[in-house]
Write a protein that binds this ligand. Structure first.
Ligand SMILES: Nc1ncnc2c1ncn2[C@@H]1O[C@H](COP(=O)(O)OP(=O)(O)OP(=O)(O)O)[C@@H](O)[C@H]1O
Ligand SMILES: [Mg+2]
Length: 353
């Protein structure tokens, strides 16, 4: 079943080493390896992020999915070094375009943020001050060289002409969806960064505006060749937008592969449950089985696999030995028993697509 990882994007440096001399292979734009984050209030066993590794190339969109609290926002904030001091962050590699982010001074990080790496935050309403006029805040976010005329022009380009007329107003005068689009426009269009980290950029939007925002992101990728990490709970958004996807559970990446491979042949039992629970598969009269045995989810296990309590395939080995991320078909999977069909869905023809 297992095969070497064929895709160039999983292990940038290893691929570089293996490539023939005459074939230049682009180094990844972002490389994260062995990233762990622990909030000091939590016990050592309860890391919010545990040994997370992935890379993103220029022009590539990597999706991050996973249940609430699985560590997606913490990963994005760790890359930008925006986590509070109460966090202990360890990583064997945290590199953006060859720059070791952990070694940068706070001033150097400020220069990178916004200009070369932009963040679309999960809660746009709380990332802007309610008492400072919108235009002033947007100009500051957009950086030098973006005056009112350029700001208004960018907003009109994405159908936000009415916001352009109201730059002397305040954030609370816009709807959540308008504010989300304004922030994406400013983070991505005005600053033209090399890397965009978007934390659930479409969660607050209705489906037509969501489609506009997704088109905007894809257009930016195509026009500017920027790399993106896109966090979303919406598997439809991930399928339509991303090249690869990482599935997170309890602070770990438990499956990482091309969108085609992960959606067609999910290997980890949690990925199967996640895809099975996606709304498009809800049908009238069908049982919903988001947590197949009704056991309470656990954040982590002292030894063994963090998915143990919910897993229908758990064996003695899963109790004593935490699985490492390893190559299975074309993906990387953190499971001792990948690819097994879930007995709870066995009565369904064509289970998990
Ligand atoms: N300031 C904090 N202090 C202590 N623990 C925190 C803090 N912020 C986040 N956590 C914990 O870190 C873990 C990961 O949280 P994170 O916000 O990264 O999850 P997420 O995957 O982005 O979730 P969601 O999908 O709900 O946005 C959670 O267990 C959360 O409780
Ligand atoms: Mg989050």
């Amino acid at each position: 079943m297992s095969a070497p990882v064929p895709a160039a994007h999983h292990r940038g440096t290893e691929v570089l080493a293996a490539a023939p001399a005459e074939t230049p292979v682009e180094a990844p734009l972002l490389e994260v390896a062995g990233l762990s984050v622990r909030y000091r209030s939590a016990s050592p066993a309860d890391a919010a992020v545990h040994d997370v590794s992935f890379s993103v190339r220029r022009g590539e969109i990597l999706g991050l999915v996973g249940e609430s609290g699985s560590g997606k926002s913490t990963v994005l904030n760790a890359i930008l070094r925006l986590l509070p001091d109460v966090c202990q962050v360890d990583a064997t590699r945290l590199e953006f375009d060859g720059i070791a982010l952990s070694d940068q001074s706070p001033e150097a990080m400020r220069m990178l943020r916004g200009r070369r790496i932009a963040l679309v935050p999960q809660r746009p309403m709380t990332s802007l001050s309610p008492v400072i006029p919108l235009g002033r805040q947007l100009r500051r976010l957009a950086g030098p060289g973006v005056d009112d005329a350029r700001l208004a022009d960018l907003l009109r380009q994405v159908g936000l002409g009415m916001v352009a007329e109201r730059l002397d107003g305040y954030p609370f005068q816009l709807s959540g969806g308008q504010l989300q689009r304004v922030l994406i426009t400013i983070s991505a269009l005005a600053a033209e960064p090399d890397l965009l980290l978007a934390d659930e950029p479409t969660t607050t939007l209705d489906t037509t505006v969501q489609a506009q925002v997704l088109r905007l992101l894809l257009e930016l990728r195509d026009r500017l060749g920027i790399g993106m990490v896109l966090v979303s709970h919406d598997l439809g958004v991930i399928a339509q937008t991303c090249d690869r996807v990482g599935v997170m559970h309890a602070g770990r990446i438990i499956e990482l592969g091309s969108v085609d491979a992960v959606f067609a042949e999910p290997q980890h039992p949690y990925t199967r449950v996640l895809l099975r629970a996606a709304p498009q598969r809800w049908r009238r009269g069908e049982r919903l089985l988001p947590d197949q045995h009704g056991k309470a989810p656990v954040a982590s296990a002292p030894t063994g696999c963090a998915y143990l309590a919910r897993c229908p395939h758990a064996s003695d080995r899963c109790v004593t030995e935490a699985p490492e991320l390893r190559a299975v078909l074309t993906s990387l999977v953190r499971c001792h028993h990948p690819g097994r069909p879930d007995p709870a869905f066995a009565d369904e023809p064509g289970e998990v697509r």
